[in-house]
Design a protein around this ligand. Structure first.
Ligand SMILES: *Cc1c(COP(=O)(O)O)cnc(C)c1O
Length: 399
């Protein structure tokens, strides 16, 4: 048995090792969208406090250790950003985008108990899982080669259930290609089929905030003004949260929001869980206070610039790669396994991988990745040379 002192030494050594491992791994963290570029050291003193935003964000609990005023300010900021109606908006900090989907589906089922849910095959894997958990009938409609919902397939799926309400789970920024399902086209499909009873939840885990910061004429149609009933995003992706979290926004304030409160907490029970993360609310509030729309927009733009640089550099060495114009995700032909693993790429089973150039990742990292890819090529690429560089041309996959 080690003495207490030895155990302490082991613990310290293991923590030091973990820090070294994580610091090294950050250099090659390309496949997953967790940004880390915002400095939150001003919030460190708050880790001395156990905080809890229990229950409805608009009813303060009987205890003081919460950050609900900040949560409410964050809800208002993001409700404005996603163009929620000024007189009909609500939301709360969740455990992540998955809970946002759960909230949206709970509400859709409450309104339209006999509805059929439709999502695309490119939706996040937790979307069909939530629908199974909630025992809701669901249809997976095809996505196109770029990851966007196939609206003819949606038309066929909705037409196959005449007279039933439609619950559509759209994705704004799919996990693999950052494709955006177009709420304008989804709305038209439902209009053409005469479906008035409809509910649309938008899963905007990574891309909601950067998309909403685009000029209106270049902004894909995905928000409340475009027909959404609820939207959720993750706080640990674009917004650089250091632990998983999410924010869901919705029209239709829950009826019991101002109604009976749980007597011993003092808060209304309108949310899916009991306790909620008050540090996440503080993190969101700090982002909007310190960066605001302009600071967040600059981060989104610089991320897109780095992503575009990555596509160009890959083109120069002849490696197939592409990106959606609004995206910080670059889709590329899957490299050899040791390269894909070394750079922590996320790989599908279709021969394509992706890397996500969230804010804070740099053109130096692009250069190092491309140099590594080039060095480790088993066979030289062939094809038309590009000016100044590699051996093959840039190819976009056929639609
Ligand atoms: C990451 C992601 C999710 C899951 O989000 P969590 O916050 O981990 O629950 C859901 N949908 C999409 C499109 C994602 O990219």
């Amino acid at each position: 048995m080690p003495s207490q002192g030895d155990a302490d030494n082991d613990t310290d050594a293991e923590l030091a090792d973990l820090l070294v491992r994580l610091s090294r791994a950050r250099e090659t963290k390309l496949g997953f969208p967790g940004a880390e570029d915002i400095d939150f050291s001003a919030l460190l003193p708050f880790f001395a406090f156990e905080l809890n935003n229990i229950g409805d964000p608009y009813t303060d609990p009987v205890f003081d250790h919460h950050t609900k005023p900040m949560e409410r300010e964050a809800i208002e900021f993001f409700a404005d950003l996603f163009r929620a109606p000024a007189d009909d908006r609500w939301g709360y900090v969740t455990s992540g985008s998955t809970e946002c989907v759960q909230y949206g589906m709970r509400r859709a089922r409450d309104i339209y108990g006999d509805g059929v849910a439709d999502h695309s095959t490119a939706a996040h894997y937790k979307v069909p899982r939530v629908l199974v958990d909630f025992q809701m009938p669901a249809v997976a409609v095809d996505a196109d080669a770029f990851g966007e919902m196939d609206y003819r397939a949606l038309h066929a799926a909705v037409a196959a259930n005449p007279g039933r309400p439609a619950i559509v789970l759209a994705t704004a920024g799919t996990t693999m290609t950052e494709a955006v399902d177009d709420l304008g086209k989804i709305g038209k499909v439902l209009d053409d089929l005469g479906v008035q009873d409809r509910y649309i939840h938008v899963d905007a885990a990574l891309s909601g905030v950067p998309l909403a910061l685009l000029p209106v004429d270049r902004r894909p149609r995905f928000d409340f003004a475009d027909g959404a009933d609820s939207i959720g995003f993750s706080t640990h992706k674009f917004l650089a949260g250091r632990w998983p979290g999410g924010l869901v926004l919705a029209t239709g304030t829950p009826a019991h929001h101002a109604g009976p409160r749980i007597s011993y907490t003092g808060a209304a029970d309108t949310v899916l869980t009991c306790s909620r993360n008050a540090h996440t609310a503080l993190h969101l509030w700090y982002c909007i206070r310190k960066l605001g729309r302009e600071g967040l927009r600059r981060r989104a733009e610089s991320a897109r610039d780095v992503a575009e640089y990555a596509v160009t550099r890959l083109a120069q060495i002849g490696w197939e790669a592409w990106r959606h114009p609004h995206a910080c995700t670059v889709v590329l032909r899957t490299p050899a396994p040791h390269v894909a693993r070394a750079w922590q790429l996320a790989t599908g089973d279709d021969g394509w991988s992706h890397m996500v150039w969230v804010p804070g990742r740099t053109i130096d990292q692009v250069d190092r990745f491309v140099a590594d890819l080039w060095d480790k090529l088993a066979e030289p690429l062939t094809g038309e040379p590009l000016a100044g560089a590699g051996r093959l041309r840039y190819v976009v996959p056929a639609a």
